[in-house]
Design a protein around this ligand. Sequence first.
Ligand SMILES: [Zn+2]
Ligand SMILES: [Zn+2]
Length: 246
Amino acid sequence: MSTAGLGSCIICEKPDSPRCARCKSAFYCSKACQLIDWPVHGLLCGPFATFNTANRPTKDHFRAIVFLPNKYKPKFRWIYCKWHELEYGYRYQCPEASTLVGEGCRVEQAILQSNPVSNRQLDDGITISFRDTFLVDGSARNKGVLSIITTQPGDYHDWRGPITAYGKVGPGSSQTHCRDLDMNDFHHIADFFLSYGSLPPGIMSSAQSVAATPELCGMAILAVLGIAVLLFCYGAIRAIFALFDL
Ligand SMILES: [Zn+2]
Ligand SMILES: [Zn+2]
């Protein structure tokens, strides 16, 4: 991702678009496209503008985005990306699992190589890390993700526990170097949460319908019981008629 000049609008992909005047990061071709993105972009535009890149702890720390259960807004944070050595001299950089999702669990990762809504290919990869057991290990609902998915109507996945997104340089799945995330990346990450397992507004899956309206489930059971009683009665009457040869 270039750090200066013009770029492709993150909403409509129009080339040679200028950056947001405040964060000087996300590209928008027009006020109209900026307004479309603002409900999500506005969550981090100010914090990005004031995030001090001169305070990088080491050259192996990179700007990541964390989504925490107890914080309504996501946050930028430095994370340390450790170098790992494999055989044949192959090296790659990635943060420790505990840095990404806390202690005591395995980390699950979604690797974005394209925007999940527009299918636009990304120049650089984005990795979104979460606890692999977050639905069953008592993790609290992630309010950082909630701040994104409440910007649009719909039914969304129940994200829980701490979640961290960090960047890799270049496309593909074998990138070696980490990189700083910016506000263009934040747009793609938000689209991941807004599209993951989501349904159009007003349409609920059958499982959610039953959970939301247990009385409907009860009525269905009563209906089945009612039919069974009717069939039993019909059978009994037929048997009585047969007995007396009527
Ligand atoms: Zn545009
Ligand atoms: Zn901005």
